[in-house]
Ligand binder design. Sequence first.
Ligand code: C5P
Length: 376
Amino acid sequence: MTSGSTGPAARRPGIRSRLSAAAPAKINLVLEVGPRRPDGFHELRSTFAPLELADTLSVSIRGGDGDELSAPGSDTLSIDGPADVPVQGNLVLRAATLLRAETSRPLPALAFRLRKRIPAAAGLGGGSSDALAALDLAAAAWGLRLPVRRRVALAAELGSDVPFFAIAGWALVRGRGERLRRLPAPTGGRLGVLLVVPAARLSTREVFAAFDASPGTNPQQPESRAGSTPHGAASRLARRLREGASAADVAAIQPANDLLPAAEALMPGLARLRRDLAEALGRPVHLTGSGPTLAVLYPSPRQARSAREAVLDGLARGALIAPGGSAEVIPTATVRDGVARAPHGVASAPHGTDGRPRSTPSRTPARTLRMTEGAP
Ligand code: C5P
């Protein structure tokens, strides 16, 4: 960590400014899970895509004049959105605390505001994306320069999915989630994605525990197969994307998520909803992350938007029944470059952040931070 006076807040001392950034959701198009490692995490191999659906996080320096030096724990967070998103222990505040510990310089307290649109605890990476946005916004507000590798290392400390949001686009994700290789987005436009988010929620930790407990996944039995997904599905999709797969090609892939049986075992009604959706829409239905969000892929965003009505109608008539009694139905799209890049024009690592960044600063513009002056 180096510090300097080049951040937007530092450039205009005495002026109250609010910086904001989009924090996009993700879906896992393929998720292969290996056995549990000695550190308690599972070896993953997954193809991640960023979505247009995004939260908005903003930050200002509390007190505004930069003199209010403060101890860890004095940063604040207000959330505009569903009441089920906790402030206490929120990754946004943990990101600021982690970054503060990187420097011995006293730093002013930060006031974060989060406009929450991504359903929480739903397998869409919302909390992880907010965390990376918080890291970048805090660095910018404090005028701290965060080197590429340190940024990814801090992201990995915050959670397994957070490093994905540190690179700018589609990625093959391995290890616990910290080994990333950037992939080209599909050719021929954005993929339409219809998200069906049951009101009931699943805990990632519990889904992985159920995965461990299910027959055939016991790491103590070396002959057992770790997951049910055909081996190599994530790498095969990665190869197809490198070869120029189109949005229509990707929209036609078969679902492959090793956590599906565990998520369906933990949430009664999820398997039925998935089958009924597939029948109603005539398309494969994917589980994203550890669920419970189901995702239906379309060759275009327009097709995903028009499918929304059919799902809402099915839910209203009782032909589709969602665990928890209701579901949010959100049409969105994958994006080429929806994710965070390093602040202040610092190089990020678009082709790999597994300790071997192969980026050039000129090809990786700074994360888009909007600044509003005079509005604390
Ligand atoms: O890293 P994160 O806090 O998001 O992970 C939540 C939980 O999910 C972990 O405590 C762990 O039980 C499980 N997990 C795992 N293997 C991974 C990622 C997450 O077992 N690769």
